[in-house]
Design a protein. Structure first.
Length: 252
C-alpha cells in the first residue's frame, strides 16, 4: 500500500492580516510547515498554530525563509553565507520555543518561497541552510524539491533529505516549478489536482505544463493553505488519495 505525507504552509497570518484557515487545513494534512516570523507569522499566530497542530496530531515543521515580510518571502535576497545561516538558525530557535510551549517539537524543516527555489541551484545559500539545520539539530529531515543541490548537500552533511511534490503548482519540463510571476503557475481545478497527485503517489510521475512526463519519487505532497479554496482542495486531495488506496502519514 502506498504511503505519502500531506504538508501545508500555515501560521502565515500577521497582525490584522489573516492568511488561510489553518485549523480547517489540519483536518486533511499530516504535516504543518509553520512560518517562523521572517516571511509571515507574528509570535501569537505562531504560538496558536503550534497549539492547534499539537491538538490535531499534525507534525510540526519549520518553514524558514529569507527575511522578507514585505514580499512574503518570495523575493531573492543576496545575503552572505553567514547572514543566511544565522537567520535560519534564529528562526529554528524561535519556532522550537513556541512548539515546546505547546507540547510539541520541530520534526523537520522546509524552506519557503524564494529561498526554497533558490537552493535548487544556489550553492552558497544551499550550504548555509543545510549547515544551519545541522547546527540546530542534525537529526532533522529537510523537505526540498527533487533534484535540488540542497538535497546533495543535505546528504553530504548527514541530514535526511526528503523530496516533495506540489499539488496545486504547474511544473516546467526540467522539474522546477513554474514561476508565480506566470499566470498559469497555480492549478485551481480540484479534480485535476487530485488526479495528478494520485498518479504521483501510485505511479511516481508528474506531468509538466508542456505534457512532459517527469519521474518523481516524492515522499510528501504540499497542499497550499493560502490559495483560494485551499481547504476544499486539501480535502479533495486527501479523499482522492485514500480512495486510491494511499495511506496519509507524516514522513517523520
Amino acid at each position: 500500500m502506498p504511503v505519502i505525507d500531506l504538508n501545508s504552509d500555515v501560521g502565515e497570518s500577521f497582525g490584522n492580516w489573516k492568511m488561510g484557515d489553518d485549523a480547517a487545513v489540519f483536518e486533511s494534512v499530516s504535516s504543518a510547515n509553520v512560518a517562523c516570523g521572517f516571511h509571515a507569522g507574528d509570535p501569537s499566530t505562531i504560538a496558536q498554530t503550534c497549539r492547534d497542530a499539537v491538538a490535531a496530531g499534525v507534525t510540526i515543521g519549520a518553514h524558514v525563509a529569507y527575511r522578507d515580510l514585505a514580499g512574503f518571502g518570495r523575493r531573492f535576497l543576496d545575503c552572505s553565507y553567514t547572514e543566511l545561516h544565522d537567520d535560519v538558525l534564529y528562526q529554528l530557535g524561535a519556532l522550537q520555543a513556541m512548539a515546546r510551549a505547546a507540547g510539541g517539537e520541530i520534526k523537520y524543516v522546509k524552506p519557503h518561497g524564494a529561498l526554497y527555489n533558490t537552493i535548487v541551484r544556489h550553492e552558497v545559500h544551499a550550504q548555509a541552510v543545510i549547515d544551519a539545520i545541522r547546527t540546530f539539530n542534525k537529526d532533522l529531515p529537510v523537505l526540498l524539491l527533487p533534484g535540488a543541490v540542497a538535497l546533495d548537500k543535505a546528504a553530504d552533511a548527514g541530514l535526511r533529505g526528503v523530496a516533495e511534490a506540489f499539488a496545486d503548482r504547474n511544473y516546467n519540463p526540467d522539474g522546477t516549478l513554474v514561476s508565480r510571476r506566470e499566470a498559469n503557475a497555480v492549478i485551481h481545478d480540484a479534480d485535476q489536482v487530485t488526479a495528478n497527485m494520485v498518479r504521483l503517489a501510485t505511479e511516481g510521475t508528474i506531468t509538466a505544463l508542456d505534457g512532459t512526463v517527469i519521474p518523481m519519487n516524492a515522499a510528501s505532497i504540499c497542499v497550499h493553505g493560502d490559495t483560494p479554496g485551499a481547504v476544499a482542495m486539501a480535502r479533495a486531495v486527501r479523499t482522492g488519495l485514500e480512495n486510491a488506496g494511499v495511506t496519509i502519514q507524516s514522513f517523520v
